[in-house]
Design a binder for this molecule. Structure first.
Ligand SMILES: *Cc1c(COP(=O)(O)O)cnc(C)c1O
Length: 386
């Protein structure tokens, strides 16, 4: 930028800018939102620092060409870090797409469900239902199991799954963002390709990627900002993609074109790259799992030791470490809880409108101190209202 504001010296301007930045981070609340969700502060700070000009490029990442060398590097680094973090085998390809996880509900069956075939769906919550609904528009589907009758207070158990050994694939949701359940392990599906919507717990712990055929995730829960969706796909599945699909919806084309068939969400991919770098610097997914366990245990212990004032809403064996759902003795108290919490910088605790109650989303970037603050608020609230 030319000149310095209000005739201050460069040094003064720099100090003022640093102070403004520090004040902004102090003003940040604890963000329990389910998505878009909290991002790591160091990532936001780096993006802020380099927003006007990427080092060595002299242009904002918002202004660069998606076919430039600098964007090539961002994309390559994002892919390399994702591979390293998840231990993605070489026979898997990665594509960064648009349209959110919701477009994957359509792309998966369009690409992988042949006309004469059928696909198995494990229905464990709202998003699994949404995936099933879209797949039905494309081809034949079979509900392998559903826990809807129990208001999705648990995920289906392995022994309940009615799996078709000839299914084109089995689809499951690894973490049910709205209901607060999480699959402790992958379903056993034999040699049928396993497809997973991992939008709300990807990168929260190590997973055996080799057990999967396709993993997809919208970034805005645990990976970055809204606008980019990660698809990790085993390369043999690309051979199944039928000819003549609309280009944008064709996995084979998107993989061949390395995510730049058309203009990708450059900024979202840049932030994703910073998040992946942050994860690697922190020690990777084992360390993330340790932190996520520590944070969620702290909150679940507070719920379980409240003498019934706070009640978890799901079965303990499949409790989510990402989205912790609970109820209070009355809806009026829940409203009061959310409101008073917000006044103490504990923001975004209202449960999803379809289920009510309280939901605390503790994604990777959510700090332990925020959980400690919530637990202390909960004790205080119970004392005053219990
Ligand atoms: C949020 C969410 C979705 C929907 O994601 P969009 O990117 O908004 O389409 C799908 N599945 C799960 C598990 C989610 O948490």
């Amino acid at each position: 930028m030319s000149g310095t504001p209000y005739g201050k010296s460069m040094a003064q301007a720099a100090v003022a800018a640093a102070q403004a930045a520090a004040a902004k981070s102090v003003d940040r609340v604890y963000n329990f939102n389910p998505g878009p969700a909290v991002l790591p502060l160091p990532v936001l700070e780096e993006a802020q620092r380099h927003l006007l000009a990427l080092p060595g490029v002299g242009m904002s990442v918002l202004e660069i060409s998606h076919r430039s060398k600098s964007f090539d590097e961002i994309l390559a680094q994002a892919e390399a870090d994702l591979r390293a973090l998840l231990g993605i085998p070489d026979n898997f390809k990665i594509a960064f797409l648009q349209g959110g996880a919701s477009l994957q509900f359509t792309m998966v069956p369009m690409n992988l469900l042949p006309k004469e075939g059928s696909a198995d769906y494990i229905v464990s919550g709202h998003w699994a239902q949404a995936a099933l609904k879209e797949a039905k528009k494309v081809g034949k589907v079979n509900v392998a199991a559903s826990t809807e009758a129990e208001n999705f207070s648990r995920i289906p158990r392995q022994e309940e799954l009615k799996l078709d050994p000839k299914a084109a694939y089995v689809h499951f949701t690894s973490n049910n963002t709205i209901y607060g359940t999480e699959a402790p392990a992958e379903p056993e599906v034999g040699s049928v390709p396993l497809v997973c919507d991992a939008s709300s717990n990807i990168l929260s712990k190590p997973i055996p990627v080799g057990k999967y055929a396709l993993i997809y995730a919208g970034a805005q829960k645990n990976m970055g900002p809204a606008g980019v969706t990660t698809v990790i796909i085993r390369d043999d599945l690309l051979g199944r993609v039928p000819p003549g699909l609309p280009a944008m919806l064709d996995y084979k084309l998107q993989v061949e074109k390395k995510s730049v068939y058309n203009t990708p969400p450059v900024f979202a991919i840049y932030i994703l790259r910073l998040v992946l770098q942050w994860l690697r610097q922190l020690g990777g997914l084992k360390e993330m799992e340790r932190r996520n366990k520590e944070k969620s245990d702290l909150l679940y212990n507070a719920i379980d030791s409240s003498g019934g004032f706070y009640r978890g809403t799901v079965e303990k064996w499949c409790r989510s470490r990402m989205n912790i759902t609970f109820r209070l003795p009355a809806e009026t108290l829940e409203e009061k809880f959310v409101k008073e919490a917000a006044s103490q910088k504990l923001s975004g605790l209202k449960g999803h409108r379809t289920v009510g109650g309280i939901r605390a989303s503790l994604f990777n970037a959510f700090p332990l101190e925020g959980v400690q603050a919530l637990v202390s608020f909960m004790k205080d609230f119970q004392q005053k209202n219990g």
